[in-house]
Design a protein around this ligand. Structure first.
Ligand SMILES: Cc1ncc(COP(=O)(O)O)c(C=O)c1O
Length: 347
């Protein structure tokens, strides 16, 4: 199984020896003269951090219900996306598949890597569900990665688990299926982590930037078969996780406080959904399993201008595939949402 996954990765990465940083080689000891650091410990930061701080990895493994060797901690899940592109796609030869409208970084990371992008649009008339038949019909061997975002940004809907798993099965040993679960904590669905053992080509992206309220520390997690994690470790920067991140993230993970905030987000999402649905200039609001709502208006620029003149920043998604005059609004705190409603009532 491992060999088949290795066959999908860039052969030069599989063959190369990873850079061995001093700390990745260090055994045990008490006098550290191996990494050209400053010996004085005034600020606690004179030493390089652990490349993958074990306490954080173990903590995240428990939170996500996987084994530590299935986890890679990255600088946001954006870094996970970039690493997967670099691991699997040879410039000018390999491709990725995405399902627009979706998160923009898949395409950006592909372009930077020199991989072209095959787009199989979500079915707008079917609540932006996957066009599985088309994905399988169009698939070709140069497509190394298939990115699926669930709940999808910016449409907010979950993708059907059966659709995702059937794509994993049909593309077994042919493509890596990356399911981006950045917003899964806000949804009514469980993570797909329980399927990792059944589908070795499944990779899951999680992040502390959304429900855990830690966008500022840049902490993302790639969860996959240990073979894939080992290969990703070969190409990640030597010391990606700064020391303060470990304590900040671990503290937040142990707080268990996100449930109460998520409850409020649910209530506020319903309140805003109902309000937007009844505005005369709103043509459609899509049900959301994330911490944002997408709505279509007659003239998005007019709404954006009205909001910004009151200090409210929304995201006009008109430039995205099939989303002309569609705006994405993040669910704020109750006061922010109330103020937004007041402003929109006056438009
Ligand atoms: C679907 C999706 N994936 C990944 C990311 C990146 O998140 P991170 O902050 O973990 O890099 C975002 C950020 O908005 C996102 O919407």
């Amino acid at each position: 199984m491992q060999n088949k996954l290795f066959a999908l990765a860039r052969p030069e990465i599989v063959a190369m020896s990873a850079y061995r940083s001093a700390r990745s080689e260090a055994a045990t000891g008490s006098i550290w003269l191996d990494a050209n650091e400053n010996p004085w410990n005034d600020g606690q930061y004179n030493r390089y951090p652990d490349p993958q701080p074990y306490s954080l990895v173990a903590n995240l493994a428990t939170v996500y219900g996987v084994k530590p060797d299935q986890i890679l901690v990255t600088r946001g899940s954006d870094e996970g996306i970039d690493l997967l592109l670099r691991l699997f796609c040879r410039a000018g030869q390999d491709e990725i598949m995405i399902c627009p409208p979706t998160y923009g970084m898949y395409k950006v990371a592909a372009t930077i890597q020199g991989a072209s992008v095959v787009e199989i649009p979500l079915l707008k008339e079917q609540n932006f569900s996957l066009n599985s038949a088309n994905i399988l019909e169009v698939w070709r061997p140069s497509i190394k990665l298939v990115f699926l975002c669930s709940p999808n940004n910016p449409t907010g809907n979950l993708l059907a688990v059966q659709d995702i798993l059937s794509i994993c099965k049909k593309l077994d040993k042919k493509s890596i299926i990356i399911v981006d679960e950045a917003y899964i904590e806000f949804s009514s669905s469980d993570s797909l982590v329980n399927y990792l053992n059944d589908y070795p080509n499944l990779v899951i992206l999680r992040t502390l930037s959304k429900a855990y309220g830690l966008a500022g520390i840049r902490c993302g997690v790639t969860i996959a078969n240990p073979g894939i994690i080992q290969l990703l470790k070969k190409i990640i920067a030597p010391y990606p996780i700064p020391k303060p991140i470990v304590s900040i993230a671990s503290k937040q993970l142990s707080l268990n406080g996100i449930e109460s905030q998520i409850k409020i987000i649910y209530q506020e999402r319903d309140r805003l959904f109902f309000f937007l649905s009844n505005l005369p200039f709103v043509k459609k609001v899509w049900k959301s399993d994330a911490n944002f709502l997408l709505f279509e208006v007659e003239n998005s620029k007019m709404i954006m201008d009205a909001c910004i003149s009151n200090g409210i920043v929304l995201r006009d998604r008109s430039s995205e595939y099939n989303l002309n005059n569609c705006i994405r609004v993040t669910i704020g705190d109750p006061n922010e949402n109330t103020f937004l409603m007041e402003v929109l009532s006056r438009v």
